[in-house]
Design a protein around this ligand. Structure first.
Ligand code: GLA
Length: 377
């Protein structure tokens, strides 16, 4: 907190008005279902991104990042619209644009959410800027409204057709709980997720793989789902049952059928996972996590060799469950592991990665943490 304020003052020659923070996320279960109006069960991680912000009286917008040598990017507020200049700054400019700001600001960001690991560093960046501006300009927007605004920033300004999960959990996450999020209306329920007292740990395995399919593959999956919705005359895949899908199989291509089967079965796995958590039945939770991975790998085809090896090596070394998280084609996997087996699981993953000559993976753990917040400085 104080270090970002000091850096802000060194950079811009005055104190910030507001300091905000927002976390990255891990999704326990409910993958590639947010844009089909499904239910998801992510939690906010401890790692977060911070934004120090001050209002300006003119129309200048200045943005800098401590991770990028604090190089100042400047743009007139009237030029902040889709197609503008900017690289990573577009995540910040997109939020300024989607909130309809009409005056200048100075912004410095800093943080420790690992980038490119599939832990939603981009949502953390968007959300800390959004809650900071909400506080600074007394916009009085609710968390769901901020989630829609930050998603719009990413969809229409950055050009990534993401769903609503990452921003929602970054804004609304609760310490100690996973967040059951209804992606249709953004209502939430905190589901206590106390792995530690059950003698467990949730290991995050960053495969360090980034496959070129990431952007095109994601958009294609969304298009496949929309095509099923159109052909079957549905509002969304949320409204489809497995029996209806089987009955309608002849109307769909094989790919469409498989994508829809993932969506339908993943929603029911989320509901079963909530029941398992409520009963502290971690064995069942582990089996559901495994089922999610198989479905993402076989029906949805968004896994990759590195993710599959991370998952199989974890399970072979005793993990209760393991699966890829996030968009896929690289990024991270999670493994639910007995604390006494953590080292064994890490060694198993390391050995398999080495044998396959994959890049060395990184390991993290995180307890479910609080969502975004902002304070006047
Ligand atoms: C990315 C997107 C999310 C969600 C996941 C897959 O993280 O940003 O909206 O679709 O992939 O569950």
């Amino acid at each position: 907190m104080t270090s970002i304020a000091r850096h802000f003052e060194d950079l811009y020659g005055r104190k910030p008005d507001v300091i905000a923070e927002a976390p990255g996320r891990v999704n326990l279960i409910g993958e590639h279902i947010d844009y089909s109006e499904g239910f998801v069960l992510p939690f906010a991680i401890a790692d977060r991104t911070y934004a120090a912000i001050a209002a300006r009286k003119d129309g200048l917008v200045r943005v800098a990042s401590h991770q990028r040598r604090e190089r100042i990017f400047s743009i007139d507020i009237n030029d902040v619209k889709p197609g503008s200049k900017g690289d990573w700054e577009k995540y910040v400019l997109g939020v300024i644009w989607s909130l309809g700001l009409n005056q200048g600001v100075d912004i410095l960001v800093d943080g420790n959410v690992p980038a490119g690991a599939g832990l939603s560093s981009s949502a953390a960046l968007e959300c800390c800027v959004a809650v900071g501006l909400n506080e600074l300009f007394s916009l009085n927007l609710s968390a769901p409204e901020l989630a829609r605004a930050t998603q719009k920033a990413e969809n229409d300004y950055v050009g990534m057709p993401c769903g609503i999960m990452d921003q929602s959990v970054s804004l609304m996450g609760k310490a100690g709980s996973a967040l059951l999020l209804d992606c249709r209306d953004l209502t939430t329920e905190a589901i206590p997720f106390d792995v530690a007292s059950a003698g467990l740990e949730l290991l995050i395995i960053d495969t360090q793989a980034h496959h070129a399919l990431v952007d095109g593959g994601y958009a294609q999956r969304r298009a496949d789902c929309e095509s099923v919705v159109a052909k079957l005359g549905l509002v969304s895949l949320r409204h489809l049952t497995l029996n209806e899908l089987e009955a309608a199989r002849g109307q769909l291509t094989e790919i469409e059928y498989l994508r829809a089967r993932h969506a339908v079965t993943e929603i029911s796995r989320v509901m079963d996972a909530v029941a398992a958590l409520r009963a502290s039945d971690f064995k069942t939770l582990g089996a559901l996590i495994n089922g999610s991975h198989q479905s993402l790998r076989d029906d949805y085809a968004v896994s990759c060799p590195e993710l599959d090896v991370a998952v199989s090596a974890s399970i072979a070394a005793g993990a209760l469950g393991s699966r890829m998280v996030g968009g896929g084609f690289g990024g991270s996997a999670i493994a639910l592991v007995n604390q006494k087996d953590i080292e064994k699981v890490k060694q198993s993953v390391l050995a398999e990665f080495e044998a396959k000559r994959f890049k060395k993976p990184r390991f993290f753990t995180s307890l479910p943490s609080a969502g975004a917040s902002a304070t006047r400085y």
